[in-house]
Design a protein around this ligand. Structure first.
Ligand code: TXA
Ligand code: MG
Length: 340
């Protein structure tokens, strides 16, 4: 496998685009997390993504574009609501779902009549898409079920030997995956919270955006989610994660009373001092969703590097970008939350 040096040069982007045009896959940086990309119009290429990730076949992929001119390749038509959101938030961490175009490979949509589309803001992602000249299907570049990668090193941990190339674009700025909103139904439906908040979407659309049940609740046996990805155990480290909901003082007291040898506190930076004697892996600052999102996946990966048994996680708020952090943490914790 080949990894480029620090800031991906034009030459490295060209090489990645060559692989992609030939029907190969390559990992590329985006502002959210690293993606594992393939030509979204080439079914054989897209199949390689599912194989490398061990991803269930029924979980559809996001197609990434680098200009509005590419939209006819992914959607049947662009609605006024989609146009408004695209104007406000693209390029950026927002994925929009509308009825699909027939030009997309069926494998991308996994049998659904709709397609998820995003225009990333990362210059390297934009460069590779533009050079490839086709929309790129790209899920997060992790092994299915493990935390999404926010550095090229994390991609290598999961994908070494399985893919021909990782383009290194440094650490991802946002740190959690894009917001996914469906405009294919009667009312806008938020399927996955991310860097663009529910509040921001509502402001631009001028109407309520419904929060999909699967965002904050565990699906019951046999229940069918609006977004197939929601039914899988996600972002899960090997460590047991338990979310502890309460103030800083209550949290620290709980952790001190319960943590045993090999356990750790997945806390905010401000909590570290009060937790002396306990191993701490901080993942951001209190009340600062941007820093929490940026640090969460690296912190989850660190749990396994340190062979942590149980991680006691400080609970983020459930609004703004912290809602995205809480959504990922809930899945990492298999919905185990204690109130103190
Ligand atoms: O930030 C991101 O979105 C990253 C970067 C690489 O762009 N990509 C990413 O892709 O997170 P992935 O495959 O890990 O997550 C895509 C999510 C899944 O939960 C999938 O089920 C959902 O979007 N999805 C894709 N197409 C859909 C569709 N047509 N209808 C409903 N959900 C869809
Ligand atoms: Mg993923």
């Amino acid at each position: 496998m080949h990894t480029s040096c620090e800031k991906a040069s034009l030459e490295v982007c060209r090489q990645a685009a060559e692989y992609l045009k030939k029907g190969e896959i390559a990992a590329i940086p985006t502002e959210t997390v690293y993606g594992l990309a393939a030509d979204a119009t080439n079914g054989q290429a897209v199949k390689k993504i599912f194989e490398a990730k061990g991803r269930p076949q029924d979980n559809p992929l996001i197609s990434h574009i680098s200009s509005m001119e590419m939209l006819p390749m992914v959607w049947r038509k662009v609605t006024p609501q989609a146009k408004a959101l695209a104007e406000a938030f693209w390029p950026g961490p927002l994925t929009i779902i509308l009825p699909r175009s027939e030009l997309l490979a069926d494998e991308v949509c996994a049998g659904l009549p709709t397609a998820a589309v995003r225009w990333p803001s990362h210059p390297v992602a934009q460069q590779v898409i533009a050079l490839a000249g086709v929309p790129l299907a790209a899920p997060s570049a992790n092994t299915s079920g493990s935390p999404s990668p926010t550095t090229a090193e994390s991609v290598m941990q999961d994908m070494a030997g399985k893919i021909p190339m990782v383009v290194d674009g440094g650490t991802c700025e946002v740190g959690v995956e894009s917001t996914v909103v469906s405009l294919a139904g009667q009312t806008p439906l938020l399927l996955r919270p991310g860097g663009v908040t529910k509040e921001e979407l509502e402001r631009v659309l001028g109407c309520e955006v419904k929060l999909s049940d699967a965002v904050l609740h565990q699906l019951q046996e046999g229940e069918k989610p609006a977004s197939p990805g929601m039914k899988y155990r996600h972002y899960a480290p090997n460590a047991r994660v338990l979310i502890v909901q309460g103030s800083s003082a209550q949290y620290c007291e709980y952790v001190k009373a319960h943590a045993e040898e090999g356990d750790c506190a997945l806390c905010f930076e401000e909590d570290v001092k009060a937790l002396s004697g306990i191993a701490c892996i901080p993942y951001g600052k209190e009340g600062d969703g941007v820093s929490q999102a940026h640090g969460l996946f690296a912190a989850l990966r660190a749990l396994d590097e340190k062979h942590v048994k149980t991680a006691y996680a400080r609970c983020p708020q459930q609004s703004g970008i912290s809602l995205a952090v809480y959504n990922r943490l809930l899945r990492a914790a298999a919905f185990q939350v204690v109130q103190v």
